[in-house]
Design a protein around this ligand. Structure first.
Ligand SMILES: NC(=O)c1ccc[n+]([C@@H]2O[C@H](COP(=O)([O-])OP(=O)(O)OC[C@H]3O[C@@H](n4cnc5c(N)ncnc54)[C@H](OP(=O)(O)O)[C@@H]3O)[C@@H](O)[C@H]2O)c1
Length: 259
């Protein structure tokens, strides 16, 4: 399949886990992919891995913090100079800590809102502008799409992750506002909400046998998911195959919420 031929794509948090898997899938299907994150060495390793499967290198690295508007403006300038357009934006960077509300300080609350929610606002504002310019210039039926990675926690709050749950619920609703604002330009905006997925984010928890057993017991499919399974959904939603879908959230939780 080459659903992303001639597309330029940005994936944030692409140095590991779901972002890395989504970037690989986009590259295999023809996109030029810019891997964004804070740790250059992780991004370079991911790009090397992706490019090893391609005749023409498809992945490149741009080190940036998605909570820093100046970094994102520099990324926009780089994309404008190199490619002059942006078609696909995967807002995947995120993370959490385990803290209860009564024990949390305001700084930790803010940090989790910034990386998970404010980052979606900032990238949409800075890079979304570039996508709008491209849409106005080309006046074509180009596929342009933003996919925000939310979470099962945005649907069902977790006791030890109140800040993360609130931020991801915010991502699901911000997705709808963005979808309304960008629809006149033909830019679709959707979110994907994964359940428990094996990545560096969950690595520590998944070393606990009791935790894994509880996930298996409470998930209809009786297992933890893989990053590639979420990448498949992200790339479907990003592709023109989902051309009539905007403002939606796709829950991929292995059947956790139906149990
Ligand atoms: N794994 C799950 O079970 C699960 C479930 C639901 C939702 N999610 C969501 O899926 C997304 C990907 O997570 P993952 O599970 O793949 O975990 P991960 O491997 O830890 O990926 C998160 C990536 O985000 C990057 N990142 C963090 N803060 C950043 C910042 N300020 N600026 C730029 N990049 C930043 C990290 O790289 P650097 O630290 O090098 O910047 C890292 O590569 C996240 O939004 C997460 O909330 C995951």
């Amino acid at each position: 399949m080459t659903r992303f031929a001639d597309c330029v794509a940005v994936v944030t948090g692409a140095g590991s886990g779901i972002g890395k898997a989504a970037a690989a899938r986009l590259a295999v299907e023809g996109a030029k992919v810019i891997l964004v994150g804070r740790t250059t060495s992780k991004l370079e390793a991911a790009a090397r891995e992706i490019n090893a499967t391609q005749k023409i290198p498809a992945a490149e690295v741009f080190t940036a913090d998605v909570t820093d508007e100046e970094d994102l403006v520099e990324l926009r300038q780089y994309i404008e100079q190199q490619y002059g357009d942006l078609h696909i934006l995967i807002n995947n960077a995120g993370g959490s800590s385990n803290t209860k509300i009564l024990e949390m300080d305001g700084k930790e609350w803010d940090r989790i809102q910034e990386v998970n929610l404010k980052s979606v606002f900032l990238t949409a504002k800075v890079l979304g502008g570039l996508m709008v310019n491209g849409a106005e210039r080309s006046r074509s039926q180009d596929n342009r799409s933003i996919v925000n990675v939310a979470s099962l926690s945005g649907h069902q709050a977790g006791a030890a992750i109140p800040h993360y749950s609130a931020a991801k619920a915010g991502v699901i609703n911000l997705t709808r506002s963005l979808a309304l604002e960008l629809a006149p330009y033909g830019i679709r905006v959707n979110s994907v909400s994964p359940g428990f997925i094996e990545t560096p984010l969950t690595e520590k928890g998944l070393q606990n046998d009791k935790f894994v057993k509880a996930i298996e017991r409470n998930t209809a499919l009786q297992r933890v998911g893989k990053a590639e399974e979420i990448a498949n959904i992200i790339t479907f939603v990003a592709s023109s195959e989902a051309s009539y879908m905007t403002g939606s959230d796709v829950l991929a939780d292995g059947g956790w919420l139906i149990k």
